[in-house]
Design a protein around this ligand. Sequence first.
Ligand code: SF4
Ligand code: SF4
Length: 197
Amino acid sequence: MADLDILLREYGQFEDRLRTAMTGMCAVHCCVCTRVCCREELCRETFESPFLRLLCQKYPPSAEYDSRNGWLTKTGCALSIGRAPVCYHFLCSEIMISRPTPLDGYMLEVLAALVNHVGKKALGRRHLVEILNSNDLTRVKLSRFKRKLVQAQTALDIIVDYFDHGTLDVGNISKLSQIRPFPSDKSVFDMMKSNSI
Ligand code: SF4
Ligand code: SF4
């Protein structure tokens, strides 16, 4: 149980940081969106996944679950922690088109993949969120989880630094490629050259 407590706490702290970073980049679009992509069937994962359910108990939502709208409220998602990975992973065309450069687009895609990365292959090939028997959560290898968490935290630091200061070097690109392959797209390489990366 001690390991499960560590898992929930460290995952929760990471998701909190990631949600803040993503909100900073996406909220300007989501706030005025007329085709909001949230769906009750996605919110429902909270009850289908024991891990998300435990997160929801540890970090209580700001509003009750609604049978039609799930966790979606007038002011956004009621879950601060414990959203399904897909809630971070999906980037609509509106958001992607708004990226000023292909490199910015790549950085945002890596950011969106981080929650998914942290839970990958938590037990055999199963993702943390896909473990359907709550007893199995105690069998998750903490060392493997922590390795993925460190990779995701490193990537998050690199991306935040890039968006804040425009800094990125080749060593950092290889770390980001552990999460999502760096595009061989010529335009990205041209962009890097012009940024002197
Ligand atoms: S991600 Fe895109 S489609 Fe979904 S709410 Fe935000 S702007 Fe709208
Ligand atoms: S972001 Fe929140 S409201 Fe939207 S689908 Fe995910 S859990 Fe539901």
